[in-house]
Ligand binder design. Structure first.
Ligand code: MLT
Length: 313
């Protein structure tokens, strides 16, 4: 049987090459949405997306021949897994292709926060000069709190330890051996919140992680700490970020991921605050990561379509 696959969301071109080497026909279309997508999807056996396309129940119901949906990335929150499973459609992701890129971006955000880099760049570009206002803080000897000591959290740990940070982590699933190997102290969440100078989250958005930091637990936070979210929007309650800053609980926030992307007008207003620094979900946006996830997803999906045993990346 011959198979064909639809690529959406600007998936890296190496994806095409791998599918074609496996004898699978590939069509690429970045601009399909709504009814056009529902009509088009009917003839495909495979669909590859990043985060821009929502693969919801309606789309899956229209996909008469679909056998596998591949997410070139980690998060599968844009795919209705329950509906896919009910229809016998396999959902695959690439759990580690963008680990290093996301970890590096997180480290960049920590340093950018500590040294007011985005704000001061902006100032100079607008012909301003203010060395006093942008006085920073060293990260050496400071405590980095990590929520989620998985692949990305571990890579952030190794890098920030090289900057002289002491790393503590909250992760109910991490073993003591792993923490020891990384030189990380495992703590309860409340202890992490009350001792970290910088706190970075590396978990999916779930009922447990949603609103992990908000005005409700502001009293538990170490006064003047910095927060970093390169994981999923909503882990820090977005509406509470300005009150947390204005009332002196936190010194600043770095945000790469938002509850709606691109942000709504209200969310943009909030992100205007000078102590909130932002990037447009760039954690995985490097040539290297995009090539890795594209190749990995194409290999996994080709094996699945051809019913070869496949191994995750
Ligand atoms: C992921 O889930 O892989 C990252 O958030 C990056 C992306 O959306 O591409």
């Amino acid at each position: 049987m011959s198979f064909n696959v639809l690529l959406l969301d600007n998936v890296n071109e190496n994806c095409e090459e791998v599918f074609e080497e496996c004898g699978i026909t590939v069509h690429r279309n970045h601009n399909l949405s709504g009814q056009e997508l529902y009509d088009e999807i009917k003839s495909y056996h495979g669909l590859v997306v990043r985060s821009a396309t929502t693969v919801d129940a309606d789309l899956l119901q229209a996909a008469d021949n679909l056998k596998v949906v591949g997410r070139a990335g980690v998060g599968v929150d844009n795919i209705d897994i329950e509906e896919a499973t009910a229809r016998g459609i396999l959902v695959m992701n690439t759990p580690d292709g963008n680990t290093i890129s996301t970890a590096e971006h997180t480290c960049g955000m920590i340093l950018a926060l500590a040294r007011n880099i985005p704000q001061s760049v902006n100032k100079v570009k607008n012909r301003g000069w203010d060395r006093k206002k942008y006085m920073g803080t060293e990260v050496q000897t400071k405590t980095l709190g990590i929520v989620g000591l998985g692949k990305i959290g571990s890579e952030v740990t190794k890098r920030m330890q090289q900057f002289g940070m002491e790393v503590k982590a909250y992760d109910p699933y991490a073993s003591v051996e792993k923490a020891e190997r990384l030189g990380v102290e495992l703590t309860e969440l409340d202890e992490l919140l009350s001792t970290a100078d910088f706190l970075t989250v590396h978990t999916p958005l779930t009922e447990k992680t949603k609103g992990l930091i908000s005005m409700d637990n502001a009293d538990k936070l170490k006064k003047g700490m910095f927060l970093v979210n390169c994981a999923r929007g909503g882990i820090f309650k977005e509406d509470d970020l300005i009150p947390l800053i204005e009332e002196g609980y936190i010194a600043g926030v770095a945000v790469d991921s938002y509850s709606s992307e691109p942000p709504t007008d209200e969310l943009y207003d909030l992100l205007d605050h000078p102590q909130i620094i932002t990037t447009p979900h760039l954690g995985a946006s490097t040539e290297e990561a995009q090539e890795k996830v594209a190749v990995q997803i194409a290999r996994q999906m080709s094996d699945a379509l051809e019913q070869k045993s496949f191994k995750g990346s």
